[in-house]
Design a protein around this ligand. Structure first.
Ligand SMILES: [Zn+2]
Length: 265
């Protein structure tokens, strides 16, 4: 199932009662969502909301699951601008820059920072549990929480930063099927965290701090093309350090993914 549909089925469909949804089956023309690009036959529900595109100044259809990112609601999402006493603009899920989100089978947690937390708490019928943790600590918190979940909690969706680029976010949404490999989604990128690899790195960080620092430097430098794959120093180091070699062998092939992983550990 597409991540945006999963989000709709688990949580955001509650907002349908506030949306102006139209049934795509009543149209003779083919309809595709302006945000996710999917034709109406591929949506989990046949409904969409016509919205005005500010650049094209024209009506565009947004499928109901994507529409949940655009929908402003004081009741469900609190405020975006203003104060609790004088609300100016209603909150929108797709505008929560710096906030993370974990949607599992039985629980949905929005990871907030102090600014958003205050505004989200204005909601009288909140869609998510709120937990205040941001920055680097937020991903650590999420990985720890996901690692501790039982099998029944999966599949789940983990967004590290909701941001405000809705179409990009929707494109990068990929469900996490088990705790063995966590998909970290955001409007900027999608990358994977192999939980066993993360654990092995944490163990090496504790047991052999200087060895880890050396390996980390090799990894980062090779990703930036600063050392050649046949670098002698690297080979000598790896052949004398079985833990480092085991970690090096399990790293993702893609340099961007390697660097992302280095930011998490
Ligand atoms: Zn869509």
């Amino acid at each position: 199932m597409d991540g945006i549909d999963f989000l709709w089925q688990q949580v955001t469909r509650q907002m349908a009662d506030e949306m102006q949804l139209v049934d795509s089956r009543e149209s003779d023309d083919a309809i595709s969502c302006y945000c996710c690009g999917r034709p109406s036959g591929a949506w989990v529900v046949p409904y969409y909301q016509p919205r005005i595109d500010t650049y094209l100044r024209t009506d565009v259809p947004i499928c109901a699951p994507c529409n949940a990112l655009f929908h402003g609601s004081y009741r469900y999402m609190g405020i975006e601008k203003g104060t609790p006493e004088k609300p100016a603009v209603p909150g929108k899920l797709g505008m929560l820059v710096g906030c993370g989100l974990i949607v599992a089978q039985q629980q949905s947690i929005l990871l907030t920072n102090p600014g958003w937390d205050k505004r989200l708490r204005v909601a009288t019928q909140p869609l998510f549990e709120l937990h205040q943790v941001s920055g680097k600590g937020a991903m650590e918190y999420a990985c720890h929480l996901i690692g501790g979940l039982s099998e029944e909690a999966f599949p789940l969706l983990y967004i590290s930063d909701i941001g405000r680029k809705k179409a990009e976010l929707v494109m990068n949404l990929k469900l996490t099927l088990s705790k063995a490999q966590i998909h970290v989604c955001s409007g900027e990128l999608l990358f994977r965290i192999n939980t066993e690899l993360l654990q092995a790195i944490r163990e090496m960080q504790q047991a052999d701090k200087s060895g880890w620092k050396k390996l980390e430097r090799f990894i980062v430098n090779s990703c930036h093309g600063r050392i050649a794959p046949n670098d002698e120093g690297l080979h000598t180091f790896l052949s004398g350090n079985p833990e480092a070699l085991a970690i090096a062998r399990r790293l993702p092939a893609d340099p961007h993914e390697k660097l992302q992983l280095m930011r998490v550990v």
